[in-house]
Design a protein around this ligand. Structure first.
Ligand code: GLN
Length: 201
């Protein structure tokens, strides 16, 4: 493919920041709200925001089946924060009616870092991403309590009260981080995802 087309699920959350980061990473980046728009993309980002709201809007916009089908067909998806929650097979401290795409076999805990460290920044070393630790921004973020045998842990918090917590995971073409690389101007993670999209097509 010449220029990969990457969609950002644009139902709620920090859509614009991901579109800008993906454009900076050399892709044709666009918001995606409808099934026909999803048909046109090679990969999808599920942004940070509020997973309970995104879950509801996915049903209202009739995007659940189309996204599930594309994931089953191997479309690469990157979820950050609420997007990570949307990719998990199991959510702790969620709302009973929230539902994700269940693509990565992992258990995530919503708002896991607690009140004192509701929002914080910490260095995270990411496997497969060169150039030193990632300056990771966490905002009411989930962490990962368990991963299945197919899922690979890519990164953990390195120090502070949340040291060792898993915050980046990959399973096949699905990538998830607890933090928000779209907010820091460091495009390495978006480039990493673009590589995955290129490799998948
Ligand atoms: N706490 C949010 C949720 O449960 C995630 C926060 C975020 O995406 N910054 O969906």
């Amino acid at each position: 493919m010449a220029v990969p087309v990457i969609g950002v699920l644009a139902l709620q959350g920090d859509v614009r920041e991901h579109v800008a980061a993906l454009a900076g990473a050399g892709t044709d980046a666009r918001p995606v709200r409808r099934p026909v728009e999803l048909d046109a993309v090679d990969g999808l980002v599920v942004p940070g925001g509020e997973s309970t709201t995104i879950s509801k809007l996915v049903d209202i916009f009739e995007m659940r089946d189309p996204i599930d089908k594309r994931i089953a067909g191997g479309m690469p998806v990157y979820g950050s924060c609420a997007g990570m929650i949307m990719l998990a097979t199991e959510v702790l401290d969620g709302r009973p009616d929230q539902r994700g795409f269940a693509g990565i076999e992992m258990t995530v805990r919503r708002n896991a870092f607690g009140r004192q460290i509701d929002s914080f920044e910490a260095p995270v070393v990411l496997a497969g991403v060169d150039g030193g630790p990632f300056h990771a921004v966490f905002i009411r973020a989930p962490w990962v309590e368990r991963v299945g045998p197919e899922a690979e842990v890519l990164g953990r918090v390195t120090d502070g009260p949340a040291a060792d917590r898993i915050v980046a995971v990959r399973q096949g073409n699905l990538l998830a981080t607890s933090f928000h690389p779209e907010l820091t101007g460091d495009l390495r993670l978006h480039r990493h995802f673009v590589d995955l999209v290129r490799a998948a097509s």
